[in-house]
Design a protein. Structure first.
Length: 370
């Protein structure tokens, strides 16, 4: 018999997944009320182009980009961006910091046959590694937040001559404060902290990154049209994409950006994710059966919290019980294979709902197997 968690211990919204993640009801209402002028209309006409323009402007405002930085958009999500980067951003060789699945996936793309084998710097899941300047490396890449493990890494430029600092911000963007001038490319898909849907990638890019993109595109290297960053630069400047973008994704993202900016922008968002994640880390530290997976408190992500349980507890069955009670997607990253829960504390998630989650967890732990 599944445990029934009393209603007064349940969060108002039970979505704690790390992606796709909670979409706020207000975004869905905005989609219903103003989506009709967008959905089902041509992406080559003003309403959709204006929407793309609004998203680009709001992203520029959110990241406080300096003069010369541009916001790019393309189809295919962050996974497509990795291949686009292998074709059009890495000149000869990248250095990839790998401390989880997503960093590893970019490293795999960077192993394309026309490039020199990437310099892969691995760290055990739950820890992280830092960039080191190596002769001949022209892209230094790592995730701002490794979603598979809950480890965050600082965005700090690698001061190697002519090299680009390229940051995967898929789950960090809009939830962790940072200085965009420390990166040449800060790319992400919007279905995580930005509470939208999948299918698109965005990137804030520096003048040096644009110059690199233009140079490789002119070099004669074979680049498929769909994965061409030069094409993305040209189209983005016109608030366009090569082929049809996901209009719902754009609409949900636009309203989410307005909400974050209206509340105070990145500093506000970062304060909120810090509040929520601290609730969970404190809960795990105080628990007799749980501990934060990321041992070094400085490396702990404010947007993705991973909690290990000791052998006496079956975390998978806790996640199952939570799911049966409407608290969903607290399972760990599937390939990590730990006795763990993973909880998103993205900006859309109410800190009070995170507090309720800890009460629900306490209830399940007290009653599981009783
Ligand atoms: C989810 C995620 C991705 C993959 O994003 P897609 O849009 O599904 O391709 C890449 N990097 C990180 C850090 C992620 O969290």
């Amino acid at each position: 018999m599944a445990i029934e968690i009393p209603g007064d211990l349940l969060p108002a919204d039970g979505r704690f997944g790390c992606g796709p993640s909670k979409v706020r009801p207000a975004q869905l209402e905005a989609l219903l009320s103003s989506g009709a002028t967008i959905l089902g209309t041509s992406h080559r006409q003003a309403p959709v182009k204006n929407l793309v323009g609004s998203v680009r402007e709001q992203l520029a405002a959110l990241f406080r980009v300096p003069e010369g930085y541009e916001i790019l958009v393309g189809n295919g999500g962050s996974t497509a961006f990795w291949d686009a980067a292998a074709f059009g951003l890495i000149e000869h060789r990248s250095q990839n910091l790998v401390f989880g699945e997503f960093g590893g996936k970019f490293a795999a793309s960077a192993g394309a046959p026309w490039l020199d084998a990437p310099d892969v710097r691995k760290a055990e899941p739950g820890s992280r590694t830092a960039a080191e300047i190596v002769e001949g490396v022209d892209v230094y890449a790592w995730p701002h937040n490794e979603t598979s493990t809950g480890v965050a890494a600082p965005v700090e430029r690698v001061h190697a001559d002519g090299a680009l600092t390229v940051i995967d911000a898929t789950s960090a963007a809009g939830g962790i404060d940072f200085d965009v001038t420390q990166a040449d490319v800060y790319y992400f898909a919007p279905q995580k902290n930005l509470g939208s849907d999948g299918g698109l990638w965005f990137a804030a890019v520096s003048p040096a990154a644009i110059e690199r993109i233009e140079r490789i595109a002119a070099s004669g290297r074979y680049i498929p049209e769909f994965l061409s960053l030069k094409n993305a630069v040209d189209n983005s400047r016109l608030n366009q994409t090569l082929n049809t973008p996901a209009l719902t994704t754009l609409h949900l993202l636009d309203s989410q950006l307005s909400w974050i900016l209206g509340n105070g922008g990145l500093a506000w968002a970062a304060g909120r994710t810090a509040e929520s994640s601290t609730v969970l880390y404190d809960w795990a530290e105080a628990s007799a059966v749980a501990t934060p997976f990321v041992a070094d408190a400085d490396h702990r992500s404010p947007v993705v919290v991973t909690i290990d349980f000791d052998e006496s507890i079956d975390a998978a069955s806790i996640a199952k019980t939570l799911r049966a009670n409407g608290i969903v997607d607290t399972e760990p990253y599937r390939k990590l294979g730990r006795n763990q829960l993973r909880v998103a504390t993205f900006v859309s998630i109410e800190p009070d709902d995170v507090r309720q989650l800890t009460r629900a967890l306490d209830y399940v732990l007290e009653n599981q197997g009783a």
